[in-house]
Design a protein around this ligand. Structure first.
Ligand code: ADP
Length: 342
């Protein structure tokens, strides 16, 4: 049986809900001070020179604000943004169509850029560097290569796996920006802003609790706000207080640290089936009947961040904090500092 996660997949009307909550200007964004500062300087420099912004690569776990920042960049530049993603651009022609629509200074946002095919990626290189593309009009012997000049646009690319990008692609970005998990205090500010926009009545303690159980991720805090609002409307008078938040999150089976069924299933698989590891990600995924990609993208980053799991050359290893959180006895082997580089 596959374990469904409360907040793993993007739900049908979710994008609309999340879009409505997106900050539109740099100053409206909360947290990520270093990234915002770097962007502010780059935007100002480009503005002074009267040139388009350098290509930007945003990397970090899902839900931390990469899409938001891409839109913010276009807003700050006062230009148009066109949005696509690595898996959606399957042929050169798809990309060609997007590129030829770009005006000077426009932003092309490619989400999940690490999933671009090799052919499309290579087609993109001269577009990024020289703002030209060599386009083959027809395949086969009759094919003609046309060298096409493009307007100077800015690529904003996002990835959850910077390590999977080819060095050739990575080198073509002028700005490499890494997003980190948010602090509880920053998430509390984000969810206060969202609650105000949605006209949800909530006291600060309630929002603080939501923030504490949102795994450092704005998308999660916004999703939980929605779920808790539903609960408050059905089971109370619509007001969020600490008791309402606790009751709603208990129903969603989100624990004190914000871990959900999928996180716990991962830890149980690692600890029960593989004696705490080291275990390869393929093996863990097979045991759980889950996609390896989901585990690597949305489960592991936070478990690594809070020190529940570490990666070793021989596989994933559960750490004492994970046993303690699940109420399991910590075996002596887990207490030993593992040889990270054996
Ligand atoms: P990603 O593209 O990294 O998966 P998104 O940009 O879709 O993440 O962000 C998810 C949600 O989090 C959005 O609805 C947005 O409202 C909120 N969000 C992201 N970053 C911030 C921020 N810095 N301040 C306030 N809200 C944010």
């Amino acid at each position: 049986m596959a374990i469904e996660r409360v907040f793993s997949q993007r739900l049908p009307d979710e994008e609309r809900y999340l879009s409505a909550l997106r900050p539109t200007r740099l100053d409206e964004c909360i947290g990520q001070e270093v990234v915002r500062q770097q962007l502010r300087i780059a935007l100002e420099a480009a503005r002074k020179r009267g040139e388009p912004l350098d290509h930007v690569l945003l990397d970090g776990p899902p839900g931390l604000g990469k899409t938001t920042l891409a839109h913010v960049i276009a807003n700050e530049l006062g230009t148009t943004i066109r949005v696509t993603s690595g898996p959606a651009v399957t042929r050169q022609g798809d990309l060609m169509m997007l590129l030829t629509q770009m005006d000077t200074g426009d932003v092309l946002f490619i989400d999940e850029v690490h999933r671009l095919s090799k052919v499309v990626e290579e087609f993109l290189y001269p577009a990024l560097e020289d703002f030209r593309v060599d386009y083959t009009t027809e395949s086969g012997i009759g094919g003609r290569v046309v060298n096409f000049a493009l307007k100077r646009f800015t690529l904003v690319a996002a990835t959850t796996r910077a390590g999977m990008l080819s060095p050739a692609l990575r080198d073509r970005f002028g700005l490499l920006l890494h997003l980190d998990y948010y602090s509880e205090e920053q998430l509390a500010r984000i969810v206060r802003r969202s609650a105000d926009l949605l006209k949800v009545r909530a006291d600060d303690i309630a929002l603080r609790r939501l923030a504490a159980r949102s795994r450092g991720t704005p998308r999660i805090v916004n999703r939980l706000l929605r779920r808790v609002r539903d609960y408050a409307e059905v089971c109370g008078d619509g007001t969020l207080n600490a008791a309402v938040v606790d009751a709603a999150l208990d129903i969603l089976q989100i624990d004190q640290l914000g871990l959900d069924n999928l996180d716990r299933a991962y830890l149980h698989a690692l600890i029960r089936h593989y004696d705490g590891g080291p275990a390869g990600i393929e093996a863990i995924a097979a045991t759980m009947g889950h996609e390896r990609d989901t585990l690597e993208d949305v489960v592991e980053p936070y478990l690594l961040q809070i020190g529940f799991v570490i990666r070793t050359p021989r596989g994933r290893l559960a750490r004492p904090a994970a046993y303690a959180h699940l109420g399991l006895t910590i075996p002596a082997s887990a207490r030993d500092e593992p040889g990270l580089f054996e």
